[in-house]
Design a protein around this ligand. Structure first.
Ligand SMILES: Cc1cc2nc3c(=O)[nH]c(=O)nc-3n(C[C@H](O)[C@H](O)[C@H](O)COP(=O)(O)O)c2cc1C
Length: 358
């Protein structure tokens, strides 16, 4: 039950952490239909500020980038004002916070946007499965419009503007979402990306759009404030990567050259590939790694002490254990999460999980 390796301080680039425990990004669907974080989001994140780093739920960079119901953005003044209160609340508790910046690409229903937007993707290929809308329940994903090459700089600029706004608000970092089948991952994939221009086909072409996003963000904010999340082999949202090892060897080697604060590697829920993505990343990527996906305090501490990663992110356990860091330290039992309230509006199942008695 030795978890001490998680409790030494760590500097991830320009982000100074008091421990190596990270709250993973968790979409909770408590924002308004126009992407304004709920007033009680500040309390929720502040409750979790004993993590060395809190990473927010995925947060849109534009209205086109919004696809799920009640997810927040950071591209309007109203959204930013609400995030400012979150940042201040986490800092007041001595915590650090990064915002995860996303564009959903084809994983969208127009019904989920309170303001007009357009569902776009590398190719006009509809995602399998269905998604929740408050108006009609489960619906098919939109059929996306394939982006023109000339539109890609605009998306990179939206990421950059949101990153700049986040750092100006006081966020300690920004995390570019290149995982879980959303827009950047759609460009990387070998099935969703069916383009035959400079952004499709070869591995060099498929990494072009994500790297242009990174470069635009790095023109706007210091590299040591920027992280990026990948999920190699995660077939979520209809993604396939038939050349997984070659793809990530190339992508992560290119990312190594930017001096980012960290690379965040998520292990798939059901690992279809034989390759452990954290091991794969460690072999290629030069820089700090946050590992996430199925870790306990003990297995996470083992990974850190063996040099497999610098920090460990915890997802579901952070939903139901605001004081997860203390519980890992003391070996206290964990509260189980209530799945029924993962994505429901309001404070139930959000700010009301118990902490250990002092
Ligand atoms: C309710 C819920 C929401 C999630 N939202 C996000 C998200 O917004 N961005 C993201 O990159 N991953 C998201 N994930 C994945 C988690 O960050 C994490 O990788 C996953 O839960 C595995 O870690 P765990 O085994 O510690 O739970 C979500 C997971 C859950 C359960």
């Amino acid at each position: 039950m030795n978890t001490t390796s998680l409790f030494s301080p760590l500097s991830l680039g320009g982000i100074d952490m008091k421990n190596r425990i990270v709250m993973a990004p968790l979409t909770r669907s408590r924002a308004s239909t126009t992407g304004i974080p709920a007033p009680f989001a500040a309390a929720y994140y502040a409750q979790r500020a004993t993590a060395g780093l809190v990473i927010t739920e995925a947060t849109q960079i534009s209205f086109d980038a919004m696809g799920y119901c009640r997810t927040p953005g950071i591209h309007t003044p109203e959204q930013r004002a609400a995030w400012s209160k979150v940042v201040d609340a986490v800092h007041a508790k001595g915590g650090k916070i990064a915002v995860q910046l996303w564009h959903v690409g084809r994983i969208a229903s127009a019904l989920n946007r309170g303001v007009a937007g357009e569902t776009v993707a590398p190719s006009a290929v509809q995602a399998p499965g269905k998604m929740w809308t408050d108006q009609k329940g489960m619906v098919d994903h939109d059929v996306p419009r394939a982006l023109e090459e000339s539109e890609i700089p605009r998306i990179a600029a939206d990421f950059a503007a949101s990153a700049k706004a986040a750092v100006d608000l006081g966020f300690d970092g920004v995390e570019i979402h290149s995982a879980n089948g959303y827009l950047l991952h759609q460009f990387l994939s070998s099935n969703v990306n069916q383009r035959n221009d400079n952004y499709g086909g070869s591995i060099e072409n498929r990494v072009r759009m994500p790297l242009e996003v990174v470069e635009a963000v790095l023109d706007a904010v210091p590299a040591n404030r920027v992280g990026l999340r990948v999920s190699p082999g995660h077939e979520f949202n209809g993604i396939q990567e038939t050349d997984l090892e070659d793809l990530y060897a190339h992508y992560l080697a290119r990312l190594s050259g930017y001096g980012l604060a960290y690379l965040h590697v998520m292990r798939p829920f059901a690992n279809a590939s034989a390759t452990d993505p954290v091991t794969l990343a460690r072999g290629v990527y030069k820089g700090a790694i946050i590992a996430c996906g199925g870790y306990t305090g003990v297995t996470g501490a083992q990974l850190v002490s063996s040099g497999g990663a610098e920090a460990i992110a915890f997802g579901t356990n952070y939903i139901s254990n605001p004081d997860l860091a203390e519980r890992i330290k003391t070996g206290a039992a964990l509260t189980a999460p209530h799945q029924a309230t993962f994505y429901t509006p309001g404070e139930k199942g959000y700010t009301d999980y118990p902490v250990l008695a002092a």
